[in-house]
Design a protein around this ligand. Structure first.
Ligand code: GLA
Length: 366
């Protein structure tokens, strides 16, 4: 029997905890309003068909035909999830999936994880399963497997976890050292604060070398300290690294984990000035020690701060993409305008502005 239903999966913004996931560290993402939707029809027989309003070519095939090495481009993210679910033992019927997304591509807002999660939720719903926390966790694993094995992007799990587990109004504290995810209400809306998201529209790709080399440097730093990951390192350990680059990379990771804990405390205490200060400190660390910012991201951060933001930082992998700014609502328009003017003055293209209201994770649309 075939039937129709629709699902949605959001993009994400990481409030803080950047380049920590693959170091068994802490992250604090939210889901955002921008989302991928999938309208789904269960077919009587195969092959499955996935189309995207943002792409020219559909993907048509069986889950086995989406195995690593057999599919490339955008379809690797979408169809790769069908392969990963089959590998995990899910019995997914053939599907017709029509995707459409308001998450800008390459903006550091997890358009890929959003696409993966939409397909994953579509597939398990078609197989008759209801979404509970346990199933969501299994879907995170399948989406991560699709991205690392089918797409070949060595990402750390932040994105898939955020888009599948986040709840409305809250950030989710992720502990990649085997900790349980925990909801952390942000209180931004109630406090009259806006989280602005500015897409620099400078393209970045996680399959480029920068991300992989940062990851490799972190692994090397941990190995030199005799540790399995930088999660176990303290600043006194890091000081023992004689390689300047490795020492700076490790310094970022260790201090960033501390900042995540401090932001969770400051959110609980409704100490917005402190939250802002920690955001800005995170940006400086990513810019100076981890070296993953770029002039456009720095310009958004500096301009937002001058125009009245409590704090601002790049979000996501870096090398382009988006920045966030925590701003009293009455200053939001002025901050957006200041950023636009700064981009004009610097001879850059117009940046994009998105809503950073903490939204809910992937699920049925109806
Ligand atoms: C990208 C990756 C994530 C994470 C961030 C940096 O978004 O996909 O796994 O490493 O960069 O925090």
């Amino acid at each position: 029997m075939s039937h129709d239903f629709s699902v949605r999966a959001p993009g994400r913004v990481n409030l803080i905890g950047e380049h920590t996931d693959y170091n068994r560290g802490l992250c604090l993402p939210i889901a955002i309003a921008a989302q991928t939707t999938a309208s789904v029809r269960v077919l009587d027989d195969g092959p499955s068909r996935i189309t995207s309003a943002q792409q020219d070519q559909p993907w048509v095939g069986s889950a086995a035909e989406a195995a690593p090495g057999r599919v490339s481009g955008w379809a690797a993210y979408a169809a790769g999830v069908l392969w990963a679910l089959a590998e995990a033992g899910f019995d997914v019927p053939p599907l017709d999936v029509r995707l459409d997304s308001t998450v800008p591509l390459g903006a550091g807002l997890s358009s890929s994880a959003s696409l993966e999660a939409a397909v994953a939720v579509a597939a398990v719903t078609a197989s008759g399963r209801g979404l509970d926390d346990g199933l969501r966790t299994e879907l995170v694993a399948a989406c991560r497997r699709a991205e690392s094995e089918v797409v070949g992007a060595p990402t750390g799990g932040l994105d898939q976890t955020a888009v599948l587990l986040a709840r409305e109004g809250a950030a989710v504290l992720l502990d990649f050292d085997d900790g349980e995810p925990a909801d952390v209400p942000t209180g931004f809306v109630e406090a009259g604060l806006d989280l602005l998201v500015v897409d620099t529209r400078v393209a970045h790709a996680l399959t480029d070398g920068g991300y992989g080399s940062r990851r490799e440097e972190c692994e090397r730093a941990a190995a030199r300290l005799g540790l399995t990951s930088l999660r176990a390192a303290g600043l006194d350990d890091v000081a023992r690294l004689d390689d300047d680059v490795l020492r700076r990379r490790a310094t970022h990771v260790v201090t960033e984990n501390d900042r995540v804990r401090a932001v969770v405390d400051a959110l609980g205490a409704r100490d917005w000035a402190r939250v802002g200060t920690l955001f800005t400190a995170s940006h400086a660390s990513l810019r100076d020690d981890f070296e993953v910012s770029c002039p456009e991201l720095d310009l958004v951060v500096d301009t937002a701060l001058q125009a009245g933001a409590l704090g601002a930082r790049m979000t996501g992998g870096g090398f382009g993409g988006s920045a966030i700014a925590l701003v009293p609502s009455e200053r939001a328009d002025a901050v957006r305008r200041a950023v636009d003017l700064a981009f004009v003055a610097a001879g850059l293209g117009t940046p994009g502005h998105l809503d950073g209201t903490p939204s809910r994770g992937a699920g049925l649309l109806t």
